[in-house]
Write a protein that binds this ligand. Structure first.
Ligand code: UTP
Length: 473
């Protein structure tokens, strides 16, 4: 252990971070080992570069001569021959076992403030079904429909890896074959204090955060996910986020467009609800596909402009639902150093000089992350961008109430499934503002789509909350 200490000490002193060893004498051997391992895992050169670029100086924003709206395919429907062709191609790829699922669930879920992995949040208002269960119900339904296995690759972070694995164990992997459910861990990045120094949040632990959902690209290669998939004949990944309860996994339209165009990265977008909606915007910047974050809207005011008909020109809101080609991930891994980093100023708990844990009341440190949509910059053929309706596909859960919340997700569940019931002939109570007035849940294993539901539905006059199709053994 002493050689580990000497190496760590030399490294930290060389970087002016010797304060991180302040409590070394108090640490047990296992804590010392953990601290040295943490240091080994960090890419300290990158941290030093980002500190210089973002904290000690302020980076100049990227300058573009021209920002064009991204070409968008319209919402897919079976009356459109090209969409029908995509559907057929997507179903063929699914039946042929070419599709794997990638779920990113490594985030810290700070805004939700739930004590556990975000995927274990009981989103079902009646059943208490968790986000993970809803996702696995969809996987069961798809596997049954296409007669295949859809391997499920789940990215976790240091802060939730153990809890996520245990949750799946406790729940019997939700009835999925555990041989087809994989967890892989993303790398962490140290948080950097306002003064450019790293922080301790425990005597033997450096405050850090997962390296962003862009970290899925290196993590999939370094943890053998792309290799495992290739060996199974999978070349196409359906990528989604744990907090989007409504995501359509392995949507045949989307997969189909992607494979017919031999795509590298394809993205689903929805229409922005207002020019300043806090969501990233897909656009083409000097010929390169990119997503511009909402925090940068004032740098690029043309993103707020409306066309002659009054509608927003740059309407393409990022939903973080993608299809990504396996070979493209491996190629991009080799160029991951060129991935842009994004920086945010956050409240990060730290140990003060006396060893007390301080929970700051205002931001005191910087977090660095990579974003998966930046893979778009590395594409060599034009990405496919497909429009979707929000209802039934995009309902991210970031907090308990307000926009993109547990509350709004449950409202959308009622609207989505209430609509299915009404169109199947049922009478669904609505309040004065026209909203569905009861809670409704329909198990995706019972009916994955409205068509499935219409074929099986027998409900008529509803008065109380209703959960359908959950008594599955
Ligand atoms: P968010 O950026 O919304 O972060 O992640 P979050 O962790 O869910 O919530 P906050 O910001 O701390 O409140 C969007 C999706 O990307 C995943 C999250 O788990 C979520 O599914 N993600 C995010 C990762 O897998 N790793 C990361 O490093 C960051």
């Amino acid at each position: 252990m002493s050689s580990g200490f000497e190496a760590a000490r030399d490294l930290l002193h060389a970087r002016g971070q010797g304060h991180l060893l302040r409590y070394w004498d108090r640490l047990h051997d296992d804590e010392r080992g953990a601290l040295v391992r943490q240091l080994d895992d960090f890419d300290l050169d990158t941290v030093a570069r980002l500190t210089r670029q973002w904290i000690l100086n302020k980076p100049a924003p990227e300058v573009f001569e021209q920002i064009d709206p991204v070409p968008v395919l319209p919402i897919a429907n079976m009356n459109d021959p090209s969409a029908r062709e995509a559907w057929d191609a997507g179903e063929e790829a699914l039946r042929a076992g070419r599709v794997g699922l990638v779920l990113v669930a490594g985030g810290q879920g700070t805004r939700l403030g739930f004590d556990g992995p975000k995927g274990a949040y009981p989103i079902g208002p009646i059943t208490g079904r968790t986000l993970f269960e809803y996702h696995s119900d969809k996987i069961h339904a798809l596997q049954r429909r296409y007669g295949v296995t859809l391997p499920w690759y789940i990215m976790v972070g240091d802060t939730n890896a153990d809890a996520t694995r245990s949750f799946f164990e406790d729940q019997g992997h939700f009835g999925l074959d555990r041989a087809n459910v994989f967890f892989f861990q993303q790398r962490m990045m140290p948080c950097v204090g306002d003064d450019g120094n790293l922080l301790l949040d425990a005597p033997g632990h450096i405050a850090c955060n997962p390296n962003g959902h862009g970290g899925s690209i290196p993590a999939m290669v370094e943890n053998g996910i792309t290799k495992d998939a290739r060996e199974r004949g999978i070349d196409t990944f359906s990528y989604f986020q744990v907090d989007n309860w409504a995501a359509k996994l392995a949507d045949p339209f989307f997969i189909g467009y992607h494979v017919l165009r031999e795509g590298q990265v394809s993205s689903k977008i929805c229409r922005k609800t207002s020019p300043r909606e806090p969501v990233g915007v897909h656009c083409v910047c000097d010929g390169m596909y990119q997503v511009i974050e909402y925090t940068e809207l004032d740098l690029y005011p043309q993103l707020l402009h409306s066309g002659p008909d009054g509608s927003l020109v740059h309407f393409a809101a990022n939903t973080a639902i993608h299809v990504i080609d396996g070979a493209f991930i491996e190629d991009t891994y080799a160029r991951f150093e060129g991935f842009p980093w994004h920086c945010s100023h956050k409240k990060v708990a730290f140990l003060d000089e006396s060893g007390n844990l301080v929970e700051p009341s205002s931001p005191n440190a910087y977090k660095f992350e990579t974003f998966v949509f930046d893979a778009l910059r590395f594409t060599t053929s034009p990405p496919t961008v497909l429009e979707i309706e929000r209802l039934g596909e995009y309902t991210p859960i970031k907090q308990i109430s307000g926009d993109n919340s547990v509350e709004s997700a449950r409202r959308d569940m009622n609207e989505l499934w209430g609509g299915w019931l009404e169109r199947a002939g049922a009478n669904v109570p609505r309040d004065a503002s026209g909203r569905v007035a009861i809670d409704i849940e329909i198990c995706p294993r019972f009916a994955l789509t409205e068509e499935d539901f219409g074929a099986r539905s027998v409900h008529s006059d509803l008065r109380t909350s209703l959960a359908i199709g959950f008594d599955l053994s």
